[in-house]
Design a binder for this molecule. Structure first.
Ligand SMILES: C[S@@+](CC[C@H](N)C(=O)[O-])C[C@H]1O[C@@H](n2cnc3c(N)ncnc32)[C@H](O)[C@@H]1O
Length: 276
């Protein structure tokens, strides 16, 4: 999806014209500073990958690898992880965290997950932690899933993990604002105002972020970020996998393997697919 600024609401359009406000794309620039503070501690999915994949050395491709929350533990378990991401800033954080002894087991690939070319075939491809949300256009989803099929070994597996939208998310068609305060490890405070609105026709959540960074010297900086998240339905993902040449081995509502249909209270979707 191009030109995300079109998704700014009228107030954010006004903000975007002010000289003191900087527009920063998602997962770039100052937006990466808070990623580990927000997501870094989450471990349940990492444990699932470690259990599922087992001991190395296998070849793993992680699509949208971010700051290495998953890639680093997998490399520690003996695997070689190709960490594909289209953000240099996320890659820089990842590579700064990789211990020297693992440097040859984490291979950063700067590319889009809808268009990449690697001279390797993989035992596992991971599209974790809601990264499917970035595939907002149908063509992107098909391109990405067909590439995964191409780069998987015959006995390889495709692991997908996402959170389905809540009924409240889907009802939020008028939009609402949320306010929060965060602190980086360096002690910088950030006031974050998020406007989100669900566009039911396009099945996307439109997100407008305003971040006000409060530096130690009392300086204040304003940043705005447009973002869009695709919210697939379980049926769509099944169809997408089938149409791109996969068969589903696991379709679960948790990391323990409970069949998705058996628990209406959970919103997680954990999938393992193999080549049909
Ligand atoms: C939700 S984060 C997940 C990071 C990491 N996998 C984790 O579990 O912590 C999504 C990541 O996908 C990357 N990303 C978004 N769109 C992408 C695309 N089209 N191609 C490659 N990477 C993309 C972002 O830069 C970001 O690092």
């Amino acid at each position: 999806m191009r030109d995300l600024e079109q998704f700014f609401n009228s107030e954010f359009q006004k903000l975007s014209k002010l000289d003191c406000v900087q527009i920063v794309p998602d997962y770039q620039g100052r937006n990466v500073e808070f990623y580990d503070a927000i997501q870094g501690e989450y471990q349940e999915d990492v444990q699932f990958y470690l259990n599922k994949i087992g001991k190395g050395p296998l070849k793993i491709l992680e699509l949208g690898s971010g700051t290495g929350r998953t890639a680093i533990p997998l490399a520690k378990a003996g695997h070689t992880v190709y960490a594909l991401d289209n953000s240099d800033d996320m890659h820089n954080i990842l590579m700064a965290k990789v211990p020297t002894e693992l440097k040859n087991r984490i291979i950063p690939i700067k590319a889009s997950m809808t268009d990449f070319n690697i001279d390797v075939r993989f035992d596992y491809v991971i599209l974790g932690l809601n990264t499917i949300f970035a595939l907002a256009e149908e063509d992107d989803r098909i391109r990405c899933f067909k590439l995964v099929r191409k780069y998987l070994k015959g006995e390889g597996r495709f692991l997908v993990d996402l959170m389905l939208p809540s009924p409240e998310d889907l009802k939020n068609t008028k939009g609402k604002y949320e306010l929060s305060v965060m602190e980086t490890e360096e002690g910088k405070n950030c006031l974050s105002v998020v406007f989100n609105r669900y566009d039911a026709k396009r099945q996307i959540m439109i997100l407008n972020y305003l971040s006000i960074d409060m530096e130690k010297d009392d300086k204040v900086k304003f940043f705005i970020t447009p973002a869009v998240e695709y919210y697939p339905s379980p049926g769509e993902i099944k169809l997408l996998l089938r149409n791109c040449g996969f068969e589903i081995e696991l379709f679960s509502c948790d990391y323990e393997g409970t069949p998705f249909e058996d628990d209406d209270t959970k919103r997680d979707l954990v999938i393992c697919a193999r080549i049909a």
